[in-house]
Design a protein. Structure first.
Length: 159
């Protein structure tokens, strides 16, 4: 499964959490039916499949996502930039270097999520044509470019 599909499942979950309408209606439409284990008659899984349904819900979802990433990032005592500086020290042991690289990688992901959420919110304030033009002008191998091109920009058509 590619990263877009995995990430879209997570975003679908956040859309569900931030939805302010009738949850029973949304649940009946976007939750897959229960899957039962025939031998035990127990529920095996129930998957949420909630696409982007409105600009307002997508804005709320992006704000929630940004808050989660900001909170996670704030738990680290050093910034990403400080980690990059630490990695310049040639006296680090193999384990110290690996720990810093791992930690910096996590921070980089959070920073990318924050950037994605801010840019997404900014694009959702525009009309479809202006958002598409702006997105194309900055689309320089964005990690989250697929989200914008497959989810966010088409959502603006429904605006």
């Amino acid at each position: 499964m590619d990263n877009f599909k995995k990430n879209n499942k997570f975003l679908g979950y956040l859309r569900f959490l931030t939805y302010t309408g009738d949850l029973n209606q949304i649940a009946s439409v976007y939750l897959n039916p229960l899957v039962l284990n025939i031998e035990t008659c127990e529920v095996v899984k129930r998957k949420l499949r909630m696409p982007a349904i409105s600009v307002e819900n997508e804005k709320a979802m992006l704000k929630k996502l940004e808050n989660i990433a900001q909170t996670s990032l704030s738990m680290y005592p050093q910034t990403y930039e400080e980690d990059m500086e630490l990695l310049k020290n040639e006296k680090l042991t193999f384990n110290e270097r690996n720990c810093i690289v791992y930690r910096a990688g996590e921070k980089k992901i959070y920073l990318q999520i924050i950037e994605m959420a801010k840019l997404g919110t900014q694009l959702l304030l525009m009309d479809h044509i202006n958002a598409l033009q702006y997105f194309n002008s900055i689309n320089k191998d964005l990690v989250y470019g697929t989200y914008f091109s497959k989810v966010l920009i088409p959502l603006l058509d429904k605006k």
